[in-house]
Design a protein around this ligand. Structure first.
Ligand SMILES: Nc1nc2c(ncn2[C@@H]2O[C@H](COP(=O)(O)OP(=O)(O)OP(=O)(O)O)[C@@H](O)[C@H]2O)c(=O)[nH]1
Ligand SMILES: [Mg+2]
Length: 317
C-alpha cells in the first residue's frame, strides 16, 4: 500500500481505480464509523447503479448462481461488482473461501470486481458498513452491484431487501416453500430463481411459486420465476433479463427513487445508531453515571429513573 491521504484515495475511486476501491472498502470494513466521512466525497457521484440482492436458504446455490451470473454478464460485456456479505460466524468462513475460489475464473477480468465484507468490529458492523461500500462502488461507476449473502441473518436480509432488485433463490423440495414463508423470503422477492431445476420436484415447486406470485396486486410488479441450473450455467442469461426487466419497470413507473431510498434509509439508521452508541459509551464514563449506579445499588433510585435521567445527558447537544 502506498502512503496516500483519503482525499487522493477517493479521487482515484471516482476515476474507477480498482486498487483504490478495494482499499476504500477495506477502510469501511475495518472502521465503519469513518464511513460517513468518506461518503461526503462520494455522495455527489452516487445514484446511478442498480443493486441486486441475492438471498435464499443456506446451500440454495447463491454463490454458484452469482458466479454463473458473472460469466453471463462478461459474455455481454457488462460490468458487475459483487459484494459478498460474510456474517461473523467462523462456521461460515470456510464457505466464503470456497465461494471466492469458485468465482476466481472471472475475478481477474476487468469487467468484474468481487469483494467480501465482514465488519466484525462491533461498531455498527455490516449494517453500517455495507451500504457505504455499495455507495463507494456506485460512485466508482459500477453499473451493477450484486450483494451476495452467506447463510441468512437479519442484517444480511435488511441489506438484500434494500437493493433495488431482490433475487430470492429457491430449490425444488417440499419443505422449501414453508421455510421461505417462515423466513419472510416470499414478500421480499422481485425475481424468483428456481435453482437446481435439474432435480426432482422442480415442476411442483414452480407451480407453488406461480400460485404465490398470482396474488400480486393489479399494477404491482409480478415477480418472474426463472429456472436455473447454476452449476451448469443454465438459465443465468434469463436471470439477468428478469433483473433488467424489473429495473426498467422501476424506472418506467417512477418507483426507482423510492427503491434507492431504502439503502439510504439503512445507511442513515446506521449513522444514527453509531452516533448514539458513541454518546452512550461516553455517558458511561461520566461521574453522573457512576453516581446513579451507586444510587441504584443503595435503593435511592431505580433503574428506570436512573435511565431516564441519563438519557437527558446522552441526548444533550
Ligand atoms: N444439482 C445442482 N446442484 C447445484 C446447482 N447449483 C448449485 N449446486 C450445488 O449446491 C451446493 C451449494 O451451492 P452454493 O452455491 O455453495 O450455495 P449457497 O447458497 O451459496 O450456500 P451458502 O453460502 O452456504 O448459503 C454446491 O454443491 C453446488 O455445486 C444446480 O443448479 N443443480
Ligand atoms: Mg454461498
Amino acid at each position: 500500500m502506498t502512503a496516500t491521504g483519503p482525499a487522493d484515495l477517493l479521487e482515484r475511486v471516482l476515476r474507477g481505480d480498482r486498487a483504490a476501491i478495494a482499499r476504500t472498502i477495506t477502510l469501511i470494513d475495518r472502521r465503519p464509523l469513518d464511513a460517513p466521512g468518506l461518503d461526503a466525497v462520494l455522495a455527489p457521484h452516487t445514484g446511478r447503479a442498480a443493486t441486486v440482492g441475492v438471498t435464499g436458504a443456506p446451500g440454495a446455490g447463491k454463490s454458484t448462481l452469482v458466479g454463473s451470473m458473472l460469466k453471463s454478464a462478461v459474455r455481454r460485456n457488462d460490468r458487475v461488482a459483487v459484494l459478498a456479505l460474510d456474517p461473523v460466524s467462523p462456521l461460515t468462513r470456510g464457505a466464503v473461501l470456497g465461494d471466492r475460489l469458485r468465482m476466481e475464473h472471472t475475478t481477474s477480468d476487468e469487467r468484474v470486481f468481487v469483494r467480501s465484507m465482514t465488519a466484525d468490529n462491533g461498531a455498527g458492523g455490516l449494517s453500517l458498513a455495507a451500504p457505504f461500500a455499495i455507495r463507494a462502488l456506485d460512485a466508482a461507476g459500477w453499473p451493477w452491484i450484486v450483494i451476495e449473502t452467506v447463510g441468512v441473518g437479519q442484517t444480511e436480509f435488511d441489506i438484500v431487501e434494500a437493493a433495488t432488485t431482490t433475487v430470492v433463490v429457491m430449490n425444488p423440495g417440499a419443505g422449501d416453500e414453508v421455510q421461505a414463508v417462515k423466513a419472510g423470503l416470499l414478500e421480499m422477492a422481485d425475481v424468483f430463481v428456481l435453482n437446481k431445476a435439474d432435480r426432482d420436484g422442480a415442476r411442483t415447486m414452480r407451480l407453488d411459486l406461480e400460485r404465490t406470485v398470482q396474488h400480486a396486486a393489479p399494477g404491482a410488479w409480478r415477480p418472474p420465476i426463472v429456472e436455473t441450473v447454476a452449476s451448469e450455467d443454465r438459465g443465468t442469461d434469463e436471470v439477468w433479463a428478469a433483473i433488467a426487466a424489473h429495473r426498467s419497470w422501476l424506472t418506467d413507473t417512477g418507483a426507482m427513487p423510492r427503491r434507492q431510498q431504502r439503502l439510504l434509509r439503512l445507511a442513515l439508521q446506521g449513522v444514527l445508531s453509531a452516533q448514539l452508541d458513541a454518546r452512550i459509551a461516553s455517558t458511561m464514563r461520566s461521574a453522573e453515571f457512576a453516581a446513579l449506579l451507586e444510587d441504584v445499588q443503595s435503593g435511592r433510585t431505580d433503574l428506570a429513573l436512573a435511565g431516564a435521567s441519563l438519557l437527558r445527558g446522552v441526548l444533550a447537544p
